[in-house]
Design a protein around this ligand. Structure first.
Ligand code: PLP
Length: 439
């Protein structure tokens, strides 16, 4: 009998021939459709989604009110270019963002298409507002794949290697990666050497009067779901304020209920000067935002920021409906519940499985750091890859993270049912144990 090619095999061949290989794929799944926390591939096979389009689908796949709003808008207006002929959804979403982003002072917003583009614009705005040029970012941070965003990013391979030279006047400082503290200290007794380092940095690397902004993810995502200690951001903000430096919170992955609050920085009670958002803002429609203090946001001159598609009508109505959906369905509380259940089960597993070096996170943003040895903390990258592969075979989609590639990151859609949560965690627990036994 002649074996017939599956739809997936045929598509994969076409993909390999037609699509640049830098657009890599970590699975060979071709998606036909998706709903809530379930993806169905072109073979009709269903997968539980525990990565949510890498943090894009906090409100789940295809939330009904969002889909309806996009369809309705598509019949009316697809594009006009907001800088030429304006439309109401852009203004309405800006008003909503100004209302929900933390900060008592009047705020303003601009829209772009991708996370990296939001970061680029935040840097431009900060430079205009401060009339300074230096930008400080944190080790283990990820801010995107455009040139400035790459310069601010910390993971060398695959994101930066061979893509330089990068824009100048960017600097890195150690992040609060307590599990692998660069200063070999332990919180809370450490006195926060990572913040004290700024004194040395301003003396040795760049004077504070050269620095326009510090950009940081409240929880480092791509870097390995690293959660800084409770007094980290108040300390960082104090350093910024003392030196007339703006603080940019990059909430592109942490935002929109993921951490149990609308924005993760709220856990630290700190108000950023500028916030970048994207991903879950519009349930998968391309949209990003820069929101900040009005006087900061108004610094660039007319036409200095913007772009052809930024804040297109479809994305703006999707954004408005997505945020409404999150509020109506109390997705912050749901994130907290999903996080509590997940954390408890993984901490239990950690007691039985020496390969789990650390389990950390806030709300439903949880990372599992795998190690070959708990004492040396040698990263177990192959074990993480094996867990991801075994889960895929069992119908669960999870992805990796971490500068050493040894962290399993969980970004469960916040609409996942308790039964789906239980099923997915069961698959994950089983395969972590299986991979740990084999490695
Ligand atoms: N900033 C953070 C914190 C991110 O997690 C990402 C993407 O993962 C980006 C920026 C870049 O976003 P995009 O891929 O939409 O350009």
């Amino acid at each position: 009998m002649i074996a017939t090619e599956t739809k997936t095999e045929a598509l994969l061949k076409r993909k390999q021939a037609a699509v640049a290989s830098g657009i890599a794929n970590s699975t060979s799944i071709f998606v036909e459709k998706a709903s809530g926390a379930v993806i169905t591939d072109v073979e009709g096979r269903e997968y539980l989604d525990f990565y949510a389009g890498v943090g894009v689908l906090n409100a789940g796949h295809c939330p009904k009110p969002v889909v309806e709003a996009v369809k309705k808008q598509a019949d009316k207006l697809l594009h006009s270019f907001f800088a030429i002929a304006m439309y109401e959804p852009y203004v309405a979403l800006a008003e909503k963002m100004n209302q929900i982003v933390p900060g008592k002072q009047p705020k303003k917003t601009m829209f772009a298409n991708s996370g990296a583009e939001a970061v680029e614009n935040a840097v431009k705005i900060a430079r205009q507002a401060t009339k300074k040029t230096g930008i400080v970012s944190l080790e283990c941070g990820f801010h995107g794949r455009t040139l400035m965003a790459m310069a601010l990013t910390s993971k060398v391979k695959p994101y930066k290697h061979g893509f330089g030279p990068f824009p100048s006047d960017t600097y890195k400082v150690p992040s609060a990666y307590c599990y692998r503290c660069q200063f070999q200290s332990t919180y809370p007794g450490c006195g926060m050497h990572c913040l004290e380092h700024f004194d040395r940095f301003f003396a040795a690397e760049a004077a504070s009067d050269q620095i326009a902004a510090v950009i940081a993810e409240p929880i480092q995502g791509e870097g390995g779901f690293i959660v800084p200690p409770q007094d980290y951001f108040s300390g960082l903000k104090a350093i910024c304020e003392k030196n007339d430096i703006l603080f940019i919170a990059d909430e592109i992955q942490t935002g929109f209920a993921r951490s149990g609050k609308m924005f993760a920085i709220e856990h630290w009670g700190v108000e950023p000067d500028i916030m970048t958002t994207a991903k879950s803002i519009a349930a998968g429609m391309p949209l990003s935002a820069v929101t900040g203090k009005a006087e900061v946001m108004d610094a660039p001159g007319a036409g200095g920021i913007g772009g052809t598609y930024g804040g297109n009508p479809l994305s703006c109505v999707a954004g408005l409906e997505t945020i409404r959906y999150m509020e109506d369905n109390q997705l912050c509380q749901r994130a907290q519940h999903i996080g509590d259940v997940t954390m408890k089960r993984l901490q239990n597993l950690q007691e039985r499985c020496a390969a789990i070096g650390d389990v950390r996170g806030l709300g439903a943003m949880i990372g599992i750091e795998l190690v070959k040895d708990r004492k040396t903390k040698e990263p177990a990258k192959e074990m993480a890859a094996s867990v991801i592969k075994l889960c895929l075979e069992d119908g669960l989609l999870v992805i990796g993270a971490g500068i050493y590639g040894n962290v399993i990151r969980l970004l469960i859609p916040l609409v996942a049912t308790d039964a789906q949560l239980d099923q997915g965690l069961g698959i994950l627990e089983r395969n972590i144990q299986k991979a740990a036994a084999a490695c």
